[in-house]
Structure formats: C-alpha cells, structure tokens
Design a protein around this ligand. Structure first.
Ligand code: NOJ
Length: 542
C-alpha cells in the first residue's frame, strides 16, 4: 500500500455493532469497556480502523439510532472516560476509531423534541423539526411520504386539547426528522462534529446521509399505495437525495479539514446508482461512501463486474476511492444471502425469503472476502463476518426488537438476525460475549460453539484464519492502484493489481485450471491444479 496517501483511501474498517460485540458490565448488552477489552483481537485480525455504532444516550427505539444527546455516552454503554480510554488504547495498537453521527433525526426524547411538543403549534420550538397541519381537515397526513420501517412517515400529535399537528419521521415515530434549514440545527451539529474530533476520533460515519434535506413545501412523492422504501430506485424524490443535502457535507468538510491527521467522513447513502453516489464524495464533500450496489449484487460474475466497473468509473472523476462492503447491522448476513438461490434478494429480513444452503453460502462468502479485499480502495467488514456467521433466522418472535417487526405488522422480521451477539469462546451461550450466567439481549444459537473466535483461532483452515491471512497479505503486498481484468472465461472474475497480486474468483459450476497463472498466495478453498466452484485465490503472477 502507498503510505504517502491518506489512510482512509485503502483502509479496512471493521464495523463494531456495539450492542452485540462484547459485554463488559454483565447486563447482557455490549458496551465500550467490553469493546476495549477486545481491542487486541481486532489488532491481531489486522484491521486499520473501527466504526463503532452509536453509544449516545438513547431510549433504544432503534438500537441507539434514536439519539437523545449527541455529545454524551449512554450509561448502559459506559462513560465519556471509557470512550477516551478506548480511543487511546486503539491508537496505541495502531487502530483508528470512527464514530457514528445520526443527524437526520433525533430521539423523540431529545430535549428539542420534548420542547417542541410542549410548545404547541406555531411555536418557534417546532421549527427544528417538520410539524405540519394534516390534510382532510387535519385527519390525514400532510403528504404521501413513507417510513423506511414501513407505513407513513408522519405521526399525529395529541396535545392537551386533542389531536393537532403531524410530525415527520422517515424512520420510526420515535425518530423525528430534523429540519436542516434551521440555523440552530446546523450550528449545533457543528459543535457535535467538533466535540468528537476534539476527543481524537479519526473519522465520522454519517447516518442516513441522503435524508438530510427535503424539497421545500414537502410535495407528494407520488408513492403508490402500500409502496415500500426503495431509495436505490428513486429519482427526483422530494425526501431523499435532494441536492441541498450536499451543503451540509461541505460545511462538515470545512470543519474536518481544519484538524490534523486526515480525519475521515464516510456516508451511508443508498441512492440511485454510482453517479448519484459519486456526488457525495466530490472533493469538497465527504471522503468515502459505502457501496450498497456491491452489497446488494447477487453471486453472479456479470453483475459483480458491472458494479465494480460502474463504481470505479463513477468515482474516478471526483478522485474518491471505492469502499466495498458485503454486510452490516442492517442487512441479512452474506453467508445466508449467498446461500440462497436468488442470492441478491432478501435484505431487511422478509419472512418469505427462500431457504439458504449455508455450506454453499459460506464457500461463497469466503471467496467474496478475497474478492472484496483485492479490489482497489477500502473495505468495510461487519463484525462476525470474519467468523463466517450466518443470519439467525429462527429468533423467537418475542425476542425481536427491531422496529421493523412492529411497523410491518409482523410481516418483516427486521434486522435482529444479523445482530446476534458474537461468540467469543466456550461451548455454550453466552460464548464469552458476557460473563457466564448472563443472558445476552438476543439469544445465540447453540450451534455457534464451533464458530467461536477461540475455536477458529486454533484452526488454520477457519474463516477467521483466512481473514487474518488476507489482511496481513493486503498490508504487505505492493499492490497498485488500477485493476486490470483478465479473461478466464464466463463466470470467472480475474484481475491483476499490478505485478504483485492476481485475484481469481470462480463463480461457475466447473473447476478453473490454474496452470501458468502464478504462485498461490492464499485460497478460500484448497486450490491445487484447479480452482473449485465458489472459491477464490490470490496469486503472485508468474
Ligand atoms: C441507518 C442505520 O444503519 C440503521 O441501523 C438505522 O435504523 C437508520 N439509519 C436510521 O438511523
């Protein structure tokens, strides 16, 4: 890797879903001290940075993405002193820390929203949010906008005198949207950005970035009745990917640029295609943005190549690196996705998802890891993917906590199946996630005994060992920026990253001969003369 370039251009960032990583205080919920105690594992794995999901005070209506105070830590997760110690320890181990900024909405328990409710219609306190009168004499929502978790994006307030105005929430009703045309909102988030950068964090992940501007007048979107939230298909939508959102990023970039150490802004932005996405990473905006087209692509050589080429072509003119991502705390784990016949479908945990062949899914997931880590740019790993964890699809209904479950009228189970606490060690729950005898906030399958980090650390053929080896090689190999495709036939992805690394991924049903292609550095299967279906290999070209 080229060490003269900013770290984030090629970084491998590990997503810590804090609630499910490690429980330090024995309440069944992951926390900052738990994460801190496991930092040596992450340094040993070989990642460059962590992105930690929200640790802020929150009623947890959406797992902490409903923030009641953006500049503090929820006591269930620890204290500001714990965060300072985490950042110091991580830095001592050579690992950077990225925090999560949720700025499209607050918690309904945020002092601003409480004040807005108490102040009543027309009061200035309401101008930080979107309060509007309803249509049809007040009884119908002000427009047709929909929530990402199902149902309308508006909830009606009941005041002392009965039903009154409605307020906007593109996510759960407990997450009212902020009005970013309010100078007070913008100024306060400047202070929040500075607060965390001053504490020494290396970057900020911007939640729901395309939501932070709305078309004035809040016109109807034209959603058909019963429409679901499909932002990757929307063009000209009045509540998503609206041009004014870029002013917010320019403002933050100016703040970040005044700090030393190449601080990073990375956005979560599910928008329509790579050209729209590239607008988020123009030179005076954010640095990188997650690539959801890659995450949603099926296990199909043509589809994956189209995404890779489309991404690189769209990002080149703005000079931003790609960031490849296969899984997150919002998506069905990719072992399970790739194990399905229709492997690109079934994100967000819909009940009618076809069954998964997990052996096939794991083979493909291991191959996909080598593909992902060989592509130019950076990569995001989601906790547990290095253990090859599948989605937990049989959580009992009474255990489900994702708001999607209730909002969908119990038709979509939501995202809890990818959020089950990690198995660290031992042969029974809580598998070292929490002290023995403590019940984790979501139940872990007994079958995870063979998937613990401890068990896999000792096995050179494990998925954990594959990730460790790949991350070590990635650091050592002098790979070059451009990617050069090789033609090894239909359903095979093969490319060089300069003379040091050749990656071959076999997505076909037949073995691919490796003769003459180079010396094997690392394989997701056991490459011999030929590369088996659904496996990948890294080679030193001959
Ligand atoms: C994206 C986050 O990743 C997700 O978990 C959350 O529900 C929404 N944004 C709303 O904040």
């Amino acid at each position: 890797m080229d060490h003269r370039r900013p770290w984030w251009r090629t970084a491998v960032v590990y997503e810590v879903y804090l609630r499910s990583f490690a429980d330090g205080n024995g309440d069944g919920l992951g926390d900052v001290p738990g994460l801190r105690s496991r930092l040596p594992y992450l340094a040993d794995l070989g990642v460059d940075a962590l992105w930690v999901t929200p640790w802020y005070p929150s009623p947890m209506a959406d797992g902490g993405y409903d923030v009641a105070d953006h500049r503090d830590v929820d006591p269930r997760f620890g204290t500001l002193a714990d965060v300072d110690a985490l950042v110091a320890d991580a830095h001592a181990l050579g690992v950077r820390v990225v925090v999560d900024l949720v700025a499209n909405h607050t918690s309904a328990e945020h002092p601003w929203f409480r004040a807005a409710l108490a102040a009543g219609p027309g009061a200035p306190e309401r101008s930080r949010y979107f309060f509007r009168d309803g249509r049809a004499g007040g009884s119908a929502p002000p427009n047709d906008w929909i929530s990402a978790f199902g149902g309308p994006a508006w909830t009606r307030v009941t005041g002392p005198g009965g039903p009154e105005q409605w307020y906007l929430h593109l996510f759960a009703p407990e997450q009212p949207d902020l009005d970013w045309t309010s100078p007070e909102v913008a100024d306060d988030f400047d202070a929040t950005v500075r607060f965390w950068l001053d504490r020494g964090v290396d970057g900020i992940r911007v939640d729901a970035a395309p939501a932070m501007a709305k078309v004035p007048g809040l016109p109807d979107a034209g959603h058909p009745p019963g429409a679901s939230f499909a932002s990757s298909e929307w063009v000209g939508n009045p509540h998503w990917d609206v041009d004014e959102v870029h002013e917010v990023f320019r403002r933050w970039r100016r703040i970040g640029d005044a700090y030393d150490g190449d601080r990073l802004f990375v956005s979560e932005a599910v928008v329509n295609g790579p050209e729209r996405l590239a607008r988020y990473v123009r030179p005076d905006e954010l640095h990188t943005t997650f690539n959801f087209d890659y995450l949603k692509a099926p296990w199909d050589a043509g589809a994956l190549r189209t995404v890779v080429d489309g991404t690189l072509a769209a990002l080149a003119p703005v000079g931003a690196p790609a960031t490849w991502v296969l899984s997150s705390h919002d998506e069905t784990r990719h072992v399970t996705r790739f194990g399905r016949e229709r492997s690109g479908a079934a994100v967000m945990g819909f009940d009618d998802a076809p069954p998964a062949d997990l052996a096939r899914g794991l083979r493909r997931a291991r191959a996909a890891a080598l593909l992902t880590l060989a592509l130019p740019g950076g990569a995001y790993l989601y906790q547990g993917e290095e253990l090859g964890l599948p989605e937990v699809e049989d959580l009992p209904a009474e255990a489900l906590q994702d708001p999607t479950w209730e909002r969908s009228g119990h038709t979509a189970r939501g995202r809890d199946g990818c959020r089950v606490p990690l198995p660290w060690s031992g042969d029974a729950p809580p598998f070292g996630f929490a002290p023995d005898g403590v019940t984790p906030w979501l139940p872990q399958p007994a079958s995870w005994a063979s998937l613990t980090a401890e068990a896999q650390r000792a096995d050179p053929a494990s998925t954990l060992s594959l990730y460790r080896a790949a991350l070590r090689l990635r650091r050592e190999l002098p790979v070059e920026e451009p990617l050069t495709w090789l033609d090894l036939g239909a359903d095979v992805l093969a490319f060089d990253r300069g003379p040091a690394l050749r990656c071959v991924v076999n997505l076909s049903a037949r073995p691919v001969p490796l003769a003459g292609l180079g010396r094997v550095l690392l394989g997701s299967g056991t490459p011999g003369e030929a590369l088996a279906p659904d496996t990948a290999v890294w080679l030193a070209p001959a």
